[in-house]
Design a protein around this ligand. Sequence first.
Ligand code: 4NP
Length: 156
Amino acid sequence: MIKVLFVCLGNICRSPMAEAVFKDLAEKNGLQEQIKTDSAGIGGWHIGSPPHEGTQEILRRKGISFEGMLARQVCEQDLADFDYVIAMDAENIGHLRSMAGFKKAPRLGRLLDYVKESDAADVPDPYYTGNFNEVYQLVESGCRNLLESIRKEQNL
Ligand code: 4NP
């Protein structure tokens, strides 16, 4: 079982969107038994909350389930438990690196590292920009390429 964790700041906008999109792609590729997907936030302000209305709206429009998804805060144990920890921006990566300290970290990367043609390195935060469509496009490309990359690396 390969475990993938998406991380953003609040775990209500970007990372739950990525979790839902990635799970949907894994299912469509028949990999739901081989890949476990979760998401978490650097901050704990929204613990227990469902995804932001903007994320819910776009996922509903695309026919992607977010059933049962509730925000949680990332913890040190996650860095030991997950094989891939995929952050949305440089700030998230900074926090995760300092949390990991000198211990062996999992494969820690940014989602847009997987989108070579993207000018952006960070997924912009729609909590502040209000642009959930732009985020969806980036998240969708990132998730597609990430899945392809994991399939190759893990022979799935
Ligand atoms: P996210 O967006 O990191 O994409 O979930 C945010 C959500 C909430 C806050 C910041 C960013 N906040 O400060 O409450």
